[in-house]
Design a protein around this ligand. Structure first.
Ligand code: IVH
Length: 705
């Protein structure tokens, strides 16, 4: 170990460096294990840090030798090894975005509609800067900080308590009165000054620099050694509540005061506004102040102030209906477009991508931007060789805004969009009324197969840790994985994995372990992972809820596909297609075109084979009924007529949160029809079919039971 510290990197040959990196990887892994799992370190922190620095310096000089099991990669890529998972007691939500002023007016209008407020009722909304950092949840029990976690996928995060304890702005103990359990959520961030300073030091040490303060904050929090976190200039703004064992305020303004009282920093620019106009004035003030603020922000968050109204509004697809993030306008830059390449997605869609001369936009280096589709290229007349304006807003993919005609090189030609798949050579067709051209190669197209598998293992689907693009492509090329179920048979090829270039026993074990951890999966994730067109996460959840189990879902979808096959020509009337198809269409927000996409999928014999194959490898867990034991859990309900005590949207949202299924029309499967004044044909049909009819009051009595 002393030898390691003293060796002179400038004199290392490539061979020496490779051997040294291998030795360091093993030694550091050994110390990590003693420290984290056994809590019994053999070396001092200073010696450990010296090993890490030595490793970083060699990696910086020989980047091509960086190992798959490099200590730096291990921290980032395989958190399961270093951090324990924490299930959030309440999900950590994301926010819906607004870009234009109209979106803000619509936000107020939606609140008014949803809650049924009259035109005069005042709606107070808190506006606060959207901090560009990393969300964290802090749990206090009896006033003492006991656990801190990252957001993760919103349901499960990583336990980073020890790292968060090193932040001065996170109180160890809450000042004053607090309920037994208090979970405070907020943003860990780095100031720009702190970020520049840290990068200067890293550069001097030959370590890799971070791209922006946000990445630097994230990297600093995900250190396995809290000593490293402690040395980084991190700060914390508190802005939301997670679990609370007792209410602490009845408004967001009141809650922010409680946070201040407990000793947190809340953002000083937050202000309560009473109208869209006031909110927009605040937005402009904050936008103007932005360059002078010591930290990065990327918009303003608006939150409905009254907590009782927040509760009534609830959430939709992992975001609250009562809040919205108003993003700042995109940042633009000018650069040269070298080439237009065509990417093929998992559904065969051909997407044009601009390959650019790399340029920094809003702190991030951009070398590719989307051109959307062939009509967009034609409309903007963007050509290879053009100087173009590109823009980037938040975390959205950068886009080409337009070409600068004056700078166009002589002799350039308009871009001709291919009519063949650039990957497999199959014909690429554009359906009537569609903007997208698709490869017809299906299974024989490498791009589609690889993209489908990438989707399958992605975060919101099977979430297989450490299974990135490179692995998927390489395994496909080597015929180790040709269809999704092959992933779960990789364990039969452990030796082939270990002997791959750049791999070792440990990397193979790590990957196989991540795969095994996902052999059991919830039905909604399973459905989403299949990558059926038009079936996103929200629809997958609705399907899982409606049908409960994999076998039931497959049987129903197969029946619906058969009905549809016999009825291609029917007008858009689901009942005329058949019972199973109608049930599918009748799921709130599914509708005809989604139902068609699903039945198209089931009509393909090879998709059925894929499902059989997966079924043999996996345990697909039926959806958990929501924790509530409401009498309406699992029941199908239809609302009709005018509701007087709540809006239709509120009624639906409430029913769904209790585990009921809301349908659009009456069928034999309907359990309740909730009929308000003015109910018409649905009421007649329900009576005919003997469906129980409830008044709004009956319904409210039933659900408050
Ligand atoms: S509130 C239920 N307030 O933005 C509401 N979020 O896109 C939860 N963020 O994951 C979030 N500043 O990391 C809220 N003042 C602020 C915020 C903020 C930054 C982040 C947060 C969240 C993301 C949502």
């Amino acid at each position: 170990m002393t030898a390691a510290k003293d060796s002179n990197i400038a004199l290392l040959t490539e061979e020496d460096a490779a051997a040294e990196l291998a030795r360091l990887a093993a030694e550091i892994a050994h110390h990590d294990k003693l420290y984290h799992q056994k809590d019994a370190p053999e070396v001092s922190d200073a010696d450990y840090d010296a090993l890490r620095r030595h490793n970083d310096a060699i990696e910086a000089k020989f980047p091509e030798l960086i190992r798959e099991d490099s200590p730096n990669k291990r921290v980032g890529a395989a958190p399961a090894e270093g951090f324990t998972q924490v299930r959030h007691s309440r999900p950590m939500l994301s926010l819906q975005n607004a870009f234009a002023d109209e979106d803000v007016f619509e936000f107020f209008a939606r609140i008014r509609r949803f809650l049924g407020l009259d035109a005069e009722a005042e709606i107070a909304v808190m506006g606060e800067p959207k901090i560009d950092g990393i969300a964290a949840a802090l749990r206090y029990e009896d006033g003492v900080f006991v656990q801190g976690a990252t957001r993760g996928d919103g349901v499960t995060g990583e336990d980073i308590t020890r790292n968060l304890k090193t932040l001065d702005e996170i109180p160890e103990r809450l000042s004053g009165e607090a309920p037994a359990v208090v979970e405070v959520r907020g943003e860990v961030y780095m100031t720009r000054e702190g970020f520049f300073e840290m990068n200067r030091k890293r550069e001097a040490e030959g370590a890799a620099v971070f791209a922006n303060p946000r990445n630097a904050a994230a990297g600093s929090l995900r250190q396995l050694d809290p000593k490293i976190t402690a040395a980084r200039p991190l700060h914390f703004f508190a802005y939301a509540a997670g679990e609370l064992s007792a209410p602490v305020a009845d408004s967001h303004a009141g809650f922010l005061k409680r946070l201040d009282g407990w000793g947190f920093h809340t953002n000083p620019l937050a202000r309560l506004c009473k109208s869209p106009e006031e909110v927009l004035a605040l937005y402009r003030e904050i936008l103007e102040a932005r360059p002078e603020l010591p930290y990065d922000i990327d918009g303003v968050v608006y939150k409905l102030d009254r907590h009782d109204w927040q509760d009534r509004m609830g959430m939709v697809s992992r975001a609250p209906r009562w809040a919205i993030a108003h993003k700042f306008p995109a940042e633009q830059a000018q650069t040269v477009l070298h080439r237009i390449s065509i990417q093929v997605g998992r559904t065969g869609a051909l997407t044009p991508v601009a390959e650019l001369e790399p340029i920094t936009v809003g702190g991030v280096v951009v070398s590719r931007a989307t051109l959307h589709n062939e009509d967009e290229i034609a409309r903007k007349d963007v050509r290879e060789g053009d100087t173009v304006i590109i823009q980037r807003a938040g975390d959205v993919i950068p886009q080409v805004v337009r070409a600068i005609e004056e700078k166009r090189p002589a002799g350039s030609e308009p871009f001709v969009f291919p009519t063949e798949c650039p990957i497999c050579g199959s014909l690429a067709l554009r359906d009537e009324g569609e903007v997208v051209r698709r490869c017809t190669g299906g299974l024989i197209c490498r791009a589609q197969a690889v993209e489908r598998i990438k989707h399958f293992v992605s975060r919101n689907a099977f979430d297989i840790e450490g299974f990135g693009r490179k692995h998927v492509e390489a395994f496909w090329a080597d015929k180790l994985i040709e269809s999704p179920a092959d992933i779960f048979r990789l364990r039969d090829h452990a030796e082939a994995l270990e002997s791959r270039e750049g791999w070792g026993e440990q990397s193979a074990i790590n990957l196989l372990e991540s795969i095994e951890a996902r052999r059991s999966i919830s039905l909604d994730r399973f459905i989403y992972a299949l990558g059926i067109r038009q079936v996103g996460e929200a629809t997958a959840r609705l399907l899982a809820r409606q049908y409960g189990e994999l076998a039931a879902w497959r049987a129903a979808m197969t029946a619906a596909a058969e009905e549809r096959a016999g009825n291609r020509e029917e007008a858009k009337k689901p009942e005329l297609v058949g019972e199973a198809f109608a049930e599918l269409c009748n799921i709130d927000s599914v509708g005809f075109s989604v139902a068609d996409a699903i039945t198209d999928f089931f009509a393909e014999a090879h998709n059925q084979t894929i499902l059989d194959d997966l079924d043999a490898e996996l345990t697909v867990v039926p959806v958990e009924a929501p924790a509530s034991t409401s009498p309406v859990t699992g029941k199908t309900v239809v609302f009709t007529g005018t509701l007087e005590r709540m809006t239709r949207n509120e009624a639906k949202a409430r029913a769904e949160s209790l585990g009921a299924k809301v349908a659009g029309s009456i069928s034999k499967k309907t359990d309740y029809l909730v009929a308000g004044p003015g109910a018409g044909s649905k009421l007649t049909k329900a009576t005919e079919l003997g469906v129980e009819v409830l008044s709004e009051d009956d319904w409210l009595a039933l659900i408050s039971n």
